[in-house]
Design a protein around this ligand. Structure first.
Ligand SMILES: Cc1cc2nc3c(=O)[nH]c(=O)nc-3n(C[C@H](O)[C@H](O)[C@H](O)COP(=O)(O)O)c2cc1C
Length: 201
């Protein structure tokens, strides 16, 4: 029992600290065992009617990673000089999340969210940070990776070893929700209080 409780606390800590990371140590590549866990984690995610409409491209090739980075936009809430990773801070891997047009339906977005959540948690379990990026030039990405017309780009997920921290702070209902950088350039992410978003009946 004690062990189960300890494991549950470990999971809650993992959930709390698995935040969005936007500056990485570009010299540190992601080892194969971590990549294997990340792709396995999507397989463990639930999906509507078990249709499995999602496909993935794991990009680790330096030149391709660089080219994908060039068509992504980071941290819309911050000025680019603060939010956009600089040279040496780029991610070292992208996972492109695709929807198979023949299989997708109204709940494919939920499937994608669950799969992405699993992958980013599996990565964080290895100390690898991530940033989910919807703001990617999708047509350019399709051309770059020769992705066929039968697929729709859902998003890309960037991975790397983070060089900053990120912390959640609880805020009141009337406070601003934009994330910001503190004096150490660590991210601070305001979150609504439980009592402001959950009703118990
Ligand atoms: C569906 C989705 C799309 C996102 N797109 C972007 C993006 O294009 N660029 C970016 O820098 N962050 C993006 N993010 C990260 C969010 O800005 C981040 O999750 C939010 O600020 C809360 O921070 P947290 O993930 O640490 O809780 C995205 C997150 C989600 C869930």
């Amino acid at each position: 029992m004690g062990e189960i409780v300890m494991k549950q606390n470990g999971l809650m800590e993992l959930l709390k600290t698995r935040r969005t990371y936007r500056r990485f140590d570009q010299t540190k590549k992601i080892p194969d065992d971590a990549v294997n866990d990340i792709v396995r984690a999507q397989q463990y995610a639930s999906c509507g009617n078990n249709r499995q409409p999602l496909r993935y491209i794991v990009v680790r090739d330096e030149k391709l990673v660089d080219e994908i980075f060039g068509i992504t936009r980071w941290a819309a809430s911050l000025p680019p000089e603060q939010g956009q990773p600089k040279d040496g801070e780029h991610p070292v891997m992208f996972v492109v999340v695709l929807e198979d047009n023949k299989l997708k339906n109204a709940i494919t977005g939920t499937d994608a969210g669950l799969a992405i959540s699993n992958m980013t948690l599996a990565a964080w379990n290895h100390g690898i940070g991530s940033c989910i990026i919807a703001n990617v030039k999708k047509d350019a990405l399709k051309e770059l990776l020769s992705i066929g017309e039968e697929y729709t780009v859902n998003c890309v997920v960037a991975f790397g070893y983070p060089t900053h921290k990120s912390t959640i702070v609880e805020v009141g209902n009337d406070e601003k929700l934009s994330y910001y950088l503190d004096d150490n350039r660590d991210y601070v992410v305001p979150r609504k209080k439980i009592e402001d978003v959950v009703k118990f009946m």
